[in-house]
Design a protein around this ligand. Structure first.
Ligand code: E4P
Length: 221
């Protein structure tokens, strides 16, 4: 399973990258706003995506904000050349689906975002999306089952050997990652805090404390 960090904050991306297990980055307009607020200046979107793409080797998703076909195509054509590892994020709407197909024909890879149903995921794959991003946490937020959605998508894609990678998004906690991995999702994108939690276990901490204390007694005794 690939791990992407879901942030536009360069410090967080560096920290995740330093762990040596980072495979990519996802950003969105809200994360750009948050990164700008943290930086205290309005970050230039294209420059900032370029910086992120230099920091990591894997794919970096940069989202369009147009919602009509021509606008999506034009924004995608200006984002894709920033770096070879930039993937354009396109929303799962009718004009977005049309754009995914046209962009694929131009060799531009798309992460189809804001997916909330298996039919949406099937259509995005048919259009040629490189990634589909079902938003698990946001489905859970409305008292529905994000994991069921993920399972349906993984099963449908498996039934037809579809090439689109399933990118489990809107991940809120480690169990989302465990369940997504059990289902065979190709990628999980998550905040840095969730990546860090994947490492933690209280028995590791108490076990380590005991080993170090015993080692001290052994050395001095
Ligand atoms: C994914 O690409 C999205 O940026 C992200 O996972 C959305 O997560 P949220 O629902 O926590 O905002």
């Amino acid at each position: 399973m690939k791990f992407f960090v879901d942030t536009a904050n360069l410090d967080e991306i560096r920290e995740a990258n330093d762990m040596g297990v980072l495979d990519g980055v996802t950003t969105n307009p809200s994360l750009m706003k948050k990164a700008s607020e943290k930086a205290g200046v309005k970050l230039d979107f294209h420059d900032h995506i370029g910086r992120i793409a230099e920091l990591v080797q894997g794919d970096v998703s940069a989202e369009v904000t147009a919602v009509d076909f021509d606008g999506i195509m034009s924004e995608a054509r200006s984002l894709a050349p920033i770096a070879p590892n930039v993937v354009v994020k396109v929303p799962l709407i009718l004009d977005g689906i049309k754009a995914i197909k046209a962009l694929k024909e131009e060799g531009i890879r798309v992460n189809c975002t804001l997916c909330f149903s298996p039919t949406q995921a099937l259509i995005a794959a048919k259009a040629g999306a490189a990634y589909i991003s079902p938003f698990l946490g946001r489905v859970d937020d409305i008292s529905s089952d994000g994991m069921k959605l993920l399972e349906e998508i993984v099963t449908i894609y498996g039934n037809y050997d579809l090439d689109t990678e399933v990118l489990a998004a809107s991940i809120r906690h480690p169990m989302h990652v465990v369940e997504a991995a059990m289902m065979g999702a190709h990628v999980a994108t998550m905040p840095l805090g969730v990546i860090k939690k994947l490492i933690m276990h209280p028995l590791t901490d108490t076990g380590l404390r005991r080993f170090l204390a015993d080692w001290e007694v052994y050395q001095t005794g």
